[in-house]
Design a binder for this molecule. Structure first.
Ligand code: SF4
Ligand code: SF4
Length: 563
């Protein structure tokens, strides 16, 4: 990166010398200066974009950046020269150096003086137009920066219907597929699901199906060999030891046991001190981002179920009145995610789940040792995405998962429930992400099972085929204005794929490594109108981002550990 900024700085320095020479030679007006400077900045931007893209390993984006931005800058400069600068009178110095004039030249000079005075007269309106454009550009940039860091809201950005009902943990796909008892109890749901799957997948049976993707068999296929299955299996180890089925309440590391709570309660001086301490500890334990929100009944499951011991779990037995939920995000690996839908993505998902175990276990212990009650939570107890949105970490996307401002969709979410309420709470924010989803649909196009909604706008309930049959759409969570995926179709693909998938995450334009030019694009998203989002989506594809089913990505992943 250092070399890139040196090149940019060198070119900028040279241009200043060129500009000084132009000042000596010509009387340039505002439009000419604007043309020259905008053209040059566009070229410099193209160079910086190209070098950054090559450094992040996307050479196609590098060449596209050079052609588009560099070419555009060059065209602006050439047009400015051809139609403006060339026709300007030379400066007095330049005229003085040619002081012996012939009679013909005298008349030429008076014509130039006339042109000069005309251009000075025109300077008035140019100044006004230039000032308006300048102020407009500065204002728009300031607005975009402010808006992209989130407009603070009183409640989550999604509208909630009056008849909204809390989600039942038994309806969560992972709970259902891990529970023979629930499948026995809700035979109709199993039957409807299996019947619907006939057209999609040969011989799908719900019972025991999770073993197919959890224990897939290596084959002679890029991304599915013993190497990748070993990676995936290893990455899940800590998660399996902590809580083997992540939706299970009061189990393993997510135990409700509070015997560790210290008798002495640490008193923070201010709420801000308490929040700072919690966030600092969480990051030390491995969280990528942390936010704190109030416990909210709307996001907690109204019925808890333990699919490992096949039993109902009651909130009445929860050991304290939870007042606060600390939401932690764990970043997943960009290069691994780019291999979707191969088993390499299981490596980064599994590592994310394992990190969740460590972060939540350590953070819950930290809070208990401060004398407050705390329970670690993965996908049990409540809706992680909803809590993350409430905590201002991002917005719910078309695909259903969270999109954050900084890390995009490449995160896993975990939580701590505690009675410590002397904290500074974070607020939900509108990042204009849902707005981008309306015109994007890249995840829906990339989804191999067509599970993600293609509806233009969010809806309060599912709209997929069979949505009006409660025995088919039982796993949907109606009552929230969002896009509703058919997660049964997604699950079927995991079984067929003998590994999970993540193609929706990999293809999302918000899924980018941490580079300045991606931040810039994300920032500009918020001021670009709808059709512009469609254009940005197409540019994202043209620049070579968001590919799935790319065997080269697997090779690239296995080299990414090199120094
Ligand atoms: S994980 Fe794959 S199958 Fe599931 S919704 Fe995403 S893209 Fe579709
Ligand atoms: S791929 Fe596009 S539509 Fe899908 S979640 Fe990302 S931004 Fe939204």
């Amino acid at each position: 990166m250092g070399l890139m900024w040196t090149i940019v700085g060198f070119i900028a320095g040279i241009s200043i010398l060129v500009y000084l020479e132009l000042v000596k030679r010509y009387h340039l007006d505002l439009i000419s200066w604007t043309g020259l400077i905008v053209g040059e900045l566009t070229i410099l931007f193209g160079i910086a974009w190209s070098v950054s893209s090559v450094l992040e390993g996307v050479p196609r984006s590098g060449s596209m950046g050079a052609i588009m931005f560099g070419g555009l800058g060059l065209i602006i400069i050439i047009l400015t020269w051809r139609f403006k600068i060339q026709h300007f009178p030379k400066s007095e110095n330049e005229i003085a150096s040619n002081s012996v004039n012939s009679p013909g030249e005298e008349s030429e000079n008076s014509r130039r003086n006339f042109l000069k005075s005309t251009s000075m007269a025109a300077f008035g309106w140019q100044k006004i137009v230039g000032s308006v454009l300048g102020i407009g550009a500065i204002g728009t940039t300031a607005y975009a920066i402010k808006k992209s860091s989130g407009v603070i809201l009183d409640d989550v950005p999604n509208a909630i219907a009056d008849d909204y009902k809390r989600m039942d943990n038994r309806k969560v796909i992972q709970t259902f597929v891990h529970s023979d008892k629930l499948q026995e109890k809700y035979k109709n749901r199993v039957e409807k699901w299996e019947n619907a799957s006939i057209d999609r997948m040969d011989g799908f049976k719900v019972k025991g199906s999770y073993k197919k993707y959890a224990e897939g068999k290596p084959k002679d296929e890029v991304g599915y060999t013993q190497l990748e299955y070993a990676l995936a299996g290893a990455s899940w180890q800590t998660s399996l030891k902590g809580n083997p089925v992540t939706v299970t309440p009061n189990y393993g590391v997510n135990s409700w046991d509070q015997s560790q709570v210290d008798k002495t309660q640490y008193k923070f001086k201010t709420k801000q001190d308490a929040s700072d301490a919690i966030k600092t500890a969480a990051k030390l334990f491995g969280a990528s981002k942390v936010s704190i929100t109030k416990q909210d009944d709307r996001w907690d499951y109204d019925h808890l179920y333990d699919p490992i011991n096949e039993k109902d779990v009651s909130w009445d037995d929860f050991p304290f009145k939870a007042k606060t939920v600390i939401v932690c995000l764990i970043e997943m690996d960009y290069v691994a995610m780019s291999t979707a839908p191969t088993v390499v993505t299981d490596g980064t998902s599994g590592q994310g789940y394992s990190d969740m175990i460590v972060v939540t276990d350590h953070l819950a212990t930290f809070i208990r040792k401060l004398g407050y009650h705390a329970v670690a939570s993965g996908n049990d107890l409540g809706l992680s995405v909803a809590y993350a949105v409430a905590a201002g970490l991002g917005e719910v996307s078309r695909a259903g998962w969270l999109i954050t401002r900084d890390l995009g969709p490449r995160v896993r979410i975990c939580k701590i429930y505690t009675d410590l309420d002397f904290v500074e709470y974070d607020k939900p924010r509108d990042y204009s992400i849902t707005n981008f989803c309306i015109n994007c649909k890249r995840c829906a196009d990339a989804c191999p099972s067509e599970a993600i909604s293609q509806e233009d706008n969010p809806t309060f309930g599912p709209t997929y085929e069979g949505a009006d049959d409660p025995e088919y759409s039982w796993n949907s969570h109606a009552g929230v204005l969002k896009w509703h995926s058919d997660s049964k179709k997604c699950y079927e693909f995991w079984v067929e794929n003998e590994g999970s998938c993540s193609s929706c995450i990999a293809s999302c334009p918000y899924n980018k490594p941490d580079f300045w030019h991606h931040d810039l694009v994300d920032t500009s998203n918020v001021v670009v109108p709808g059709p512009g989002h469609t254009f940005m989506r197409e540019m994202d594809i043209m620049f070579g981002y968001g590919k799935t089913n790319d065997p080269d990505a697997v090779k690239k992943f296995w080299k990414s550990g090199r120094d």
